[in-house]
Write a protein that binds this ligand. Structure first.
Ligand code: FAD
Length: 480
């Protein structure tokens, strides 16, 4: 290991680790990133998982949060080769009657597909359209005292509700209820839990405000662009360095861990008092995922033709069915009909597969650590809305929840959000502290999605952690 001295070492090269590194390097600090695996990127890699010539997004594939993130918007990643591809429709939610609810870019067009709930949908979404940027920067903040308390309070009035309550009281028809249930189920919590409505409203709003794009050529391009940007600023990265002790690191004034709390407490020589260590040990992880990738010889034959215009699909039918599936998973059972999140990037991005062929990305929620094979159930859900789908499969690849953790140690038990995202842990992520990124060891910071604002590819956890480290580096510098 090089003995050069750095201002900051970042352990882990997921989007938050790299966002932290870029934020520090941009401030003129010397930075080294150490990644345990041979390839950088954490949850944002693309690989030919099925057949040669097919590029599959191993984890993250769709980026409304990346598109809206103040971190991503603040840097010219397009100059480093990152191009967002926008499907004609961000999201489709097919139903058993052969039609589909469409989340279109326009609120008004979306409302038109919701029948008698069209007005109620507009009343929920339209007021936010003029303020989405201010709202998003509050929701993706570091929990500091809000700048726009008025907006946050207004959002909170509905967002704090269980999605099931919002769905029952705000909408009367099956279409709007199904749409909101699918959006809210991204929380990976039972829809009866307080705060799940916030996920549904935010993701719907982002569909209208910025879209749900994919990255041209595969998600890995996001990491390639971040690395090019980092290297241009003088930052360095070494891969294949799984860090187990602070002693593994070169001398540095700050160390930022893109890890989750249970991983951090296992790092040797980190000096934490018992109370903080216990808080980290008590940190709660959520349910897992079962992930599938397909190589197809033709597009998915959706019953509702409009589904072919959408980048992402929610397969789960009615809101009651989605609520049941999510409740079952939370209670440790396998759902009979899982809620399936699916993306079909090759319809909009020819770089994903050989000409005329296609890739398909899908996952469902499972109990934490489950080794169950959900392939049949996922394929049955796709067949339900696209009869004949199975005949188009050339090859498939799967990860169960335990394999997901093997692929990326941050997905503890297969939890892709690096910790339960309920209201309690929203304010104590990873522990109850004024500055959630700093730790009692003044050199050590946490910068992963186990800190606010939580899961998703937005880089804001890394950005806020780097700002926290910079504050201390500046104070220390002045003290000299
Ligand atoms: C199936 C799936 C689908 C998803 N879909 C989406 C989506 O469509 N859109 C979206 O926004 N998000 C999605 N996500 C979530 C997204 O991938 C994560 O929220 C995001 O990657 C978190 O970033 P991070 O930097 O905090 O951590 P990670 O991306 O998990 O990176 C952590 C890195 O640290 C490394 N590491 C761990 N331990 C050590 C160690 N001891 N030493 C050195 N390195 C170490 C790991 O190898 C990894 O590279 C999905 C995730 C999965 C699994």
């Amino acid at each position: 290991m090089t003995q050069k001295r750095y201002d900051a070492v970042i352990v882990g090269s997921g989007p938050n680790g790299l966002a932290a590194a870029i934020t520090l390097a941009r401030d003129g600090r010397s930075v080294l990133v150490l990644e345990g695996k041979e390839t950088p990127g954490g949850g944002v890699r693309s690989l030919p998982l099925t057949l040669p010539g097919y590029r599959h997004d191993v984890c993250a594939a769709v980026f409304p949060l990346g598109m809206a993130s103040p971190f991503f918007r603040g840097l010219p990643f397009q100059d480093y080769g990152l191009h967002w591809v926008h499907p004609g429709v961000p999201l489709a939610h097919p139903l058993d009657d052969g039609t589909a609810v469409l989340l279109e870019r326009s609120v008004v067009h979306t409302a038109r597909t919701l029948g008698r709930d069209g007005q109620a949908y507009q009343a929920l979404m339209l007021p936010w359209m003029a303020h989405w940027q201010a709202l998003v920067s509050e929701l993706l903040s570091s929990l500091r005292p809000p700048r726009r308390l008025d907006l946050l309070a207004r959002f909170g009035l509905r967002g704090v509700l269980p999605a099931s309550l919002l769905i029952r009281t705000h909408f009367r028809g099956e279409r709007a209820r199904a749409l909101m249930a699918g959006l809210s189920a991204h929380a990976m919590l039972p829809l009866e839990q307080p705060g799940t409505a916030a996920f549904g409203i935010l993701l719907g709003l982002l569909g209208h405000a910025v879209g749900w794009p994919v990255a041209q050529g595969g998600s890995q391009r996001i990491i390639t662009a971040m690395l090019a940007c980092l290297e241009e600023m003088g930052g360095e990265i070494l891969t294949g360095r799984m860090v187990t002790a602070l002693a593994d690191l070169p001398p540095a004034r700050a160390v930022l861990f893109d890890l989750t709390p249970h991983q951090l407490v296992r790092i040797q020589d980190v000096d934490f008092p018992g109370t903080y260590r216990r808080s980290l040990q008590n940190y709660r992880y959520g349910v897992g995922v079962f992930k599938m990738d397909f190589a197809l010889d033709a597009p998915v034959p959706w019953k509702a033709a409009a589904c072919s215009r959408a980048g992402t699909l929610h397969l789960g039918g009615t809101w009651e069915e989605i609520a049941q599936a999510e409740q079952a998973v939370w209670q440790g059972h396998l759902p009979r009909r899982p809620f399936v999140l699916l993306a079909q990037p090759s319809l909009f991005d020819p770089q994903r597969a050989p000409q005329g062929r296609h890739t398909l990305w899908a996952y469902c929620h499972t109990p934490a650590g489950s080794v169950a094979d959900m392939s049949d159930l996922i394929e049955e859900q796709i067949e339900r809305f696209a009869p004949g789908f199975r005949s188009r499969i050339l090859a498939r690849h799967t990860f169960n929840a335990r394999e997901m953790e093997g692929y990326n140690p941050n997905y503890v038990g297969g939890d892709i959000n690096a910790g339960v995202q309920d209201l309690g842990q929203h304010f104590a992520r990873p522990a109850l502290r004024w500055d959630p990124y700093s730790t009692p060891d003044p050199r050590v910071y946490l910068c992963s999605s186990s800190t606010p604002p939580g899961g998703g590819v937005h880089g804001m956890c890394g950005y806020h952690a780097a700002r926290s480290a910079l504050r201390r580096l500046e104070t220390d510098g002045r003290g000299r």
